[in-house]
Design a protein around this ligand. Structure first.
Ligand SMILES: Cc1cc2nc3c(=O)[nH]c(=O)nc-3n(C[C@H](O)[C@H](O)[C@H](O)COP(=O)(O)O)c2cc1C
Length: 359
């Protein structure tokens, strides 16, 4: 019997060859938001390595939505053209290309991690950050401009435009980033959203902007292609965003036509105590799947083939997303297939290296 991890998954008209997705990972290697050869090789290697879906990093819908000056964007056609070369390569190697659309909000205007990941200075080209409220992320971070209702409305359209460009660029999946303390999560979490208008206060009000984006992206992206949303299922802080609110939000996302909720956690505030351990976020994917009745993805310290198989076989999630383990080993899906005793096609160029048992 084929292991569950290697059973294809169909979402709308997209057939994914297994349940292993490349989790979006910023590479901080773009120029003016345009992906480079690094992205072609990085993302392309993981398609060659056997993943079913390769999700490109958080890609900004407007320039000021970048975390760093080296983040990718989809606010212009040059960016879409550069991505088109990459999506064609990914698709030619049997994987579906996806992209995560986002806006960093009050966490924007930072330096790349290897230069400290701190707030940029004016001399380094800092820009004005935005958020639901004029509350900085942490000491040393700039005070964001609280978005006006008109600015919020305009941003919904920017997400839709980026989704249209993503389709033109050949992406088959769009994931909306509503996690990790970036703009949409900033609206969801009472820790960062202190508004007293229709975008703050009640759960209904805090979810209004993210749900409007989900509907607009769903409308803008072809009906044959799936839309995902990544959430932080909890802030890990009393009085913050939590699993119960995530389940209610996921029900709204389902109604908006979203196809899968990718369940991460944390990032809203710098001092949360996160009980990091293998598979520690899997219970969130399981609860959202069960309670909201929507397909989910599990992510976070999933590194072993048997562990991934158990998650999918046990109905905790429909797919697993791997990040750091796929940086260590881009061929993890091919190795996992061997470990679980299933024969999957290898790239013909690499056939002479395929283990005999899996040949
Ligand atoms: C280098 C790097 C860049 C990341 N960039 C993003 C990103 O762009 N969007 C996102 O949602 N998560 C991002 N993450 C988080 C991962 O997608 C993933 O959720 C997290 O690393 C936990 O999974 P892992 O234990 O398999 O690494 C990044 C992680 C790493 C290591």
């Amino acid at each position: 019997m084929t292991p569950h991890l290697f059973t294809p998954l169909r979402l709308r008209d997209v057939e994914l060859r297994n349940r292993i997705f490349v989790s979006p990972m910023c590479q901080y290697s773009a120029e003016d938001g345009v992906p480079t050869d690094w992205h072609l090789v990085h993302l392309g290697s993981r398609a060659v390595g056997g993943a079913a879906l390769v999700i490109a990093e958080k890609t900004a819908v407007v320039p000021e939505g970048r975390i760093t000056p080296a983040c990718t964007g989809l606010w212009n056609d040059a960016q879409a053209r550069a991505f088109a070369r990459i999506t064609a390569f990914i698709a030619a190697h049997g994987a579906a290309p996806g992209v995560q659309l986002g806006h960093a909000g009050r966490k924007a205007s930072s330096s790349v991690p290897w230069l400290g990941g701190r707030a940029l200075t004016a001399a380094e080209g800092a820009w004005r950050t935005v958020g639901p409220s004029a509350l900085p992320f942490a000491a040393g971070h700039p005070q964001p401009h609280a978005l006006t209702p008109e600015e919020i409305e305009a941003l919904v359209e920017r997400y839709a435009e980026a989704a249209r460009r993503a389709a033109v660029a050949g992406f088959q999946v769009v994931e909306i980033h509503a996690a990790h303390g970036y703009l949409l999560h900033q609206f969801l979490s009472p820790l960062s959203n202190r508004r007293d208008d229709e975008f703050g206060g009640s759960l209904e009000n805090r979810t209004r902007f993210p749900l409007a984006i989900a509907r607009a992206v769903r409308e803008a992206f072809p009906a044959s292609l799936p839309v995902f949303v990544r959430i932080s299922a909890t802030d890990w802080v009393d009085g913050g965003w939590d699993l119960a609110q995530s389940i209610a939000f996921a029900r709204g996302l389902k109604e908006a036509g979203v196809d899968l909720v990718d369940c991460s956690s944390g990032g809203a505030v710098p001092d949360a105590k996160v009980p990091v351990a293998p598979g520690y976020q899997v219970p969130f994917a399981a609860a959202v799947r069960r309670e909201a009745g929507i397909p989910t993805g599990a992510v976070g310290l999933i590194t072993e083939p048997e562990q991934a198989e158990r998650i999918v076989a046990g109905g905790e999630a429909d797919a697993v997303l791997l990040a750091r383990e796929l940086l260590r080993d881009p061929y993890w899906p091919l190795h996992a297939a061997s470990a679980l005793g299933v024969d999957v096609p290898w790239p013909k160029q690499y056939l002479r290296a395929k283990p005999a048992a899996a040949r």
